[in-house]
Design a protein around this ligand. Structure first.
Ligand code: TRP
Length: 335
């Protein structure tokens, strides 16, 4: 059962209220990406219905260690983390990119158990995800005060500034920081910092440098689910923008460079071909073996994370590792 109170506590900041504008933005982004010298498609479009399901499957793959590692970090350190969060009285727990919040729920349950004074503000661009999360939390943790926010990170942070005045603990889990280019990750962290005050905290998930083969396998699994996930982007463009990608004529290709610590994912055209996108009325030519870049996943050393934090106004308070020391949730205070 959904209570009206649960539904009422959703804030929609998304400017695009009707689907047609969403489609127009998607079409623009795709056309812009495919017009570049190095073709590229924005990774934010991976997660349509099918993409989200495939990503769920990725998280269950033996090779995809990231989600399990962070689960372990949060499970093993939940008491400690909760104590750090709630030491100074009431706080807003802001979960950027909350999704289904499966990992955050570990902390939510612990905080409830410790009778911490807080409310939970999940933020996500998916309205469906926030609706479902509000409902599941209403069932699982009926006492918890939840105010879901639908919007982009920056919109949400601005809204928080005006609407949430008390102490803040910001969660940025799942190694999402790794999907930003370095300059964008700095801009993002500086922006988060600008909305925080002394006493506020940031808990950030970071995938650490490790055996390159382990990283490569995580993005190129034996069962081919990651390939399907990457290729689904082309299916989605076909479905939603009336394009005619021959998806069988593209390969998934993943590459890890241990010098830079960057995992890059591509879709590679197996032959010379043309693709037409009805929504924009444009055609795009592919040379044989020309690539479309779809995602970067940066892997960091702890020193790099410390420097990144420092440059953006954060100081490390505590680092929580998994047993393999391959993943960390880093707790920052503002400096
Ligand atoms: N962005 C996530 C990550 O870097 C999800 C992901 C897993 C992904 N496998 C992928 C994105 C392959 C693009 C291609 O871990």
């Amino acid at each position: 059962m959904i209570s009206t109170a649960t539904i009422a506590s959703m804030v929609n900041l998304s400017r695009k209220q009707d689907g047609s504008n969403d489609t127009a933005a998607f079409a623009n982004d795709v056309a812009e990406g495919l017009s570049q010298e190095q073709k590229t498609l924005p990774s934010r479009y991976f997660y349509d219905g099918r993409g989200s399901k495939l990503f769920q499957q990725i998280m269950d793959l033996p090779e995809y260690y990231l989600t399990r590692a962070e689960f372990e970090v949060l499970t093993d350190n939940r008491q400690d983390m909760a104590a750090y969060f709630s030491g100074e009285g009431f706080f807003h727990m802001i979960d950027l990119g909350a999704g289904d919040a499966l990992k955050t729920k570990i902390l939510l349950r612990e905080l409830e158990k410790q009778q911490s004074m807080f409310d939970y503000v999940p933020v996500d661009i998916s309205g469906d995800a926030m609706q479902q999360l509000s409902e599941s939390l209403h069932d699982e943790l009926p006492e918890l005060k939840v105010e879901a926010v639908v919007g982009e990170y920056f919109q949400a942070l601005e809204w928080l500034q005006d609407n949430k005045s008390e102490r803040k603990v910001v969660l940025f889990l799942g190694s999402n920081i790794g999907n930003f280019e370095l300059t964008d990750s700095k801009a993002f962290l500086k922006s988060v910092r600008s909305y925080l005050k002394s006493g506020d905290r940031l808990l950030m998930g970071v995938d650490l440098r490790k055996d390159p083969q382990v990283i490569l396998d995580a993005y190129n699994d034996a069962a081919g689910i990651t390939a399907e996930f990457n290729l689904n982007l082309l299916h989605r463009i076909n479905r939603e923008l009336g394009a005619d990608f021959d998806v069988n004529q593209f390969n998934h290709y993943a590459l890890y460079n241990p010098q830079e610590g960057v995992m890059r994912s591509f879709l590679v055209s197996k032959l010379e071909q043309q693709v037409t996108i009805k929504a924009t009325g444009q055609s795009f030519s592919f040379d044989a073996w020309e690539s479309i870049h779809t995602e970067n996943s940066h892997k960091y050393t702890l020193n790099q994370i410390e420097d990144l934090g420092k440059e953006c106004g954060f100081a490390i308070e505590k680092v929580f590792y998994d047993s393999q020391r391959g993943f960390a949730d880093v707790l920052f205070t503002v400096s």
